[in-house]
Design a protein around this ligand. Structure first.
Ligand code: SAH
Length: 205
């Protein structure tokens, strides 16, 4: 997986590559899917949701330019795999999941795998996590047609936010924002396909 699908497609960030080489991805999917856990595509995790394709996890992780002391917020915990990758790299990870069953399973996984630097919250991630803000980086792993304003406020000066931005369910533009002197620098990174963000983000579509 690392050689062909990730390095082979140009990911160079050693921190991301090392983290993904260490993490047992098969423990983030149901038992019946374990044999396919390292394949080059997303897999179902229940409730119509998916664990992202390994390459996309690597691409988003690299784009965030993480440093060991960083505090990162993730919206869309899902299986918990992306949060685990972040937790191997940075000091603190906060992750929010709107579906209770998924939040509970991920929380149990983090406990069993010994991730003590990940905090899970069952809530609508649209509003971020004020109590621990601001964050060095924010990663939204569900698509939206706009950037939730509360999340923009919760990025530190110099901080980064990445999300699949777009209106259609089939593909969105992976978009990286960097906060510079209060302004946002925008970089488009190519198209991806994510499940949509539900809750407040949907009401404002
Ligand atoms: N990062 C995950 C994959 C995310 S799939 C992983 O590594 O496995 C997208 C997830 O976003 C789903 O679990 C979905 O329930 C969640 N989600 C959708 N809308 C949300 C919202 N408003 N707040 C928090 N989570 C949301």
């Amino acid at each position: 997986m690392i050689q062909n699908d990730i390095k082979g497609r140009g990911i160079k960030d050693k921190k991301a590559l090392d983290a993904m080489a260490r993490i047992p991805r098969h423990l983030f999917v149901e038992e019946r899917l374990r044999e396919r856990a390292y394949a080059d595509y997303p897999l179902p995790i229940g409730d119509g949701q998916t664990i992202s394709q390994p390459y996309v996890v690597a691409l988003m992780t690299e784009a965030l330019r993480l440093k060991p002391g960083d505090r990162v917020l993730e919206i869309g915990t899902g299986s918990g795999y992306q949060a685990a990758v972040l937790a191997e790299i940075v000091k603190e990870v906060y992750t929010i999941e709107i579906r209770k069953s998924l939040a509970d399973i991920a929380e149990k996984r983090f406990r069993e795998l010994g991730y003590k630097n990940v905090k899970v919250k069952y809530a609508d991630g649209y509003f971020g996590w004020e109590e621990y803000a601001p964050f060095d980086a924010i990663i939204i792993t569900a698509s939206a047609n706009h950037i939730p304003p509360p999340l923009i406020r919760q990025i530190k000066e110099g901080g980064r936010l990445i999300l699949p931005l777009g209106n259609t369910v089939y593909y969105q533009m992976l978009t990286l924002l960097t906060k510079k002197k209060g302004d946002l620098d925008v970089e488009q990174m190519g198209s991806v396909a994510f499940v949509p963000m539900i809750g407040e983000a949907e009401k404002r579509r």
